[in-house]
Design a protein around this ligand. Structure first.
Ligand SMILES: NC(=O)c1ccc[n+]([C@@H]2O[C@H](COP(=O)([O-])OP(=O)(O)OC[C@H]3O[C@@H](n4cnc5c(N)ncnc54)[C@H](OP(=O)(O)O)[C@@H]3O)[C@@H](O)[C@H]2O)c1
Length: 247
């Protein structure tokens, strides 16, 4: 029988409070996180402008967030400023920490991250904000142009349950517009794993925006750099209209 959402949330809160959520997630890594419960842990790979901004919004929403860097000691002041829900670690620690992950690094780093952390990423919901820029990222930007950004990200981060999100606007816009009065700013998302897309949608809401599901990873091309959905600072209704999606 379908469960009322508030009951489901209460049950999740109880699971969280009892520590059972972690057990559930460990037992069923591929399916346990069908929705992102309040307080689910997030690991951020790349705590620069976009990772720091979106991760900070999740901290504000009550999620424990581990920000990572190849030099985690440099994140000390940032996490101190965000309060006790924020912590800093290595990339490996953030991946292990997160029920869900967010990656915001120069696109050219994805092949190396996939090689070095592939087994740890396996089965994890991974929101990917990385954009390929030829002048910065080299030949992988050509692959993105030819194959589409979602397909190429998934190729290098194989095994992760990848959802494209938060790639279409500047971190400054995200910082300014988060949690604004309705209509909220729309964030296009796309992924092949329906449960992962649900988690991503919930995390987009928690950060203070309205998710718009554009389709599968192949459809993420529609909002990659140069695509019609890129740079659109509009409401969900307007974005759906611009992309000819069902209202
Ligand atoms: N800036 C924006 O407004 C914006 C908006 C949407 C999408 N994006 C995309 O988001 C990504 C990040 O952009 P950004 O502006 O946030 O960049 P940024 O401020 O330069 O931060 C990038 C972060 O990536 C980390 N990093 C770099 N290479 C890494 C590697 N090999 N392994 C692990 N971490 C690595 C760096 O951490 P350490 O050097 O400390 O390890 C740094 O904190 C890019 O793909 C960009 O196109 C940016």
């Amino acid at each position: 029988m379908p469960q009322h959402p508030s009951l489901a949330r209460t049950r999740r809160s109880l699971l969280l409070a009892s520590g059972a959520w972690g057990v559930l997630a460990a037992l069923k890594p591929d399916r346990a996180l069908a929705q992102a419960p309040a307080g689910s842990r997030i690991g951020v790979i790349g705590a620069g402008r976009i990772g720091g901004t979106i991760g900070g919004l999740w901290v504000k929403a009550g999620h424990p967030v581990m920000f990572s860097s190849r030099h985690p000691e440099e994140l000390k002041d940032m996490v101190a400023g965000l309060g006790p829900l924020a912590s800093a670690g290595t990339v490996a620690q953030a991946i292990a920490f997160g029920d869900a992950l967010f990656i915001a690094v120069p696109y050219g780093a994805l092949p190396q991250i996939g090689r070095d952390f592939g087994s740890a990423l396996k089965g994890k919901v991974l929101l990917d904000a990385c954009n390929a820029v030829a002048s910065r990222d080299g030949s992988v930007a050509d692959e993105v142009e030819q194959e589409g950004v979602g397909v190429v990200s998934q190729k290098y981060l194989a095994g992760a349950r990848l959802v494209r999100a938060f790639n279409t606007m500047s971190y400054a816009i995200f910082a300014r517009e988060a949690n604004r009065p309705a209509p909220r700013l729309a964030i296009p998302i796309a992924g092949d794993d329906p449960d992962a897309v649900k988690v991503a949608a919930e995390l987009v809401r928690d950060a203070g925006f309205d998710p718009v599901v554009v389709g599968k990873l192949a459809d993420a091309r529609r909002f990659q750099r140069g695509g019609p959905g890129y740079g659109q600072s509009v409401s969900a209704a307007e974005l759906r209209q611009k992309l000819s999606l069902a209202p």
